[in-house]
Write a protein that binds this ligand. Sequence first.
Ligand code: GLN
Length: 192
Amino acid sequence: MLIGVLALQGAFREHEYMIRACGDIETRQIRLPGQLEGIDGLIIPGGESTTMGKLMADYGFLDPIRERAGQGLPVFGTCAGLIMLARDINGSNQPRIGLMDMLVERNAFGRQVDSFEDDIEVPCLGAEPFRAVFIRAPYIMKVGAGVEVLAEYGGRIVAAREGRLLAAAFHPELTSDKRMHEYFLNIVKIAS
Ligand code: GLN
């Protein structure tokens, strides 16, 4: 199994470490659209979504990723990666992949609490709470009928899935808890 990690900007190395810690799985840093060839799943990391979206547009990533995802490639976006996956971003027309039927709000947790962590319930990962690290995190304001809500925090949706697309507002790659990545790898395994 080969997992691509978009490496234009942001926290891509941590995702690679995490995926490799999940077992005998190869990772590839994706810096050019041609490198999407042959991957079984793609991770879009956290970072700064306006910068990442601009780079993705400039490097010609948006259509190839939409096309591959349309053919069934599983994609997992965390934080800025979640924003890249969202069809609608409140008050913004910044470039995005836009494949998940949801409306997101950027920097949703306010300035005083730029970064924080807390235990959250993620039922699809089991009964044990998940330590969620939020860094200038977005949240999901609204989801369409085909989107499954995986986690909420303080009444706000912070993780969701639509078919083979998975999105988390927090940073599972910055913890030692592998369950969220394992959940994604399971989607990849079933898809391939
Ligand atoms: N606030 C960032 C954005 O809107 C996301 C932050 C992150 O990925 N940690 O792009």
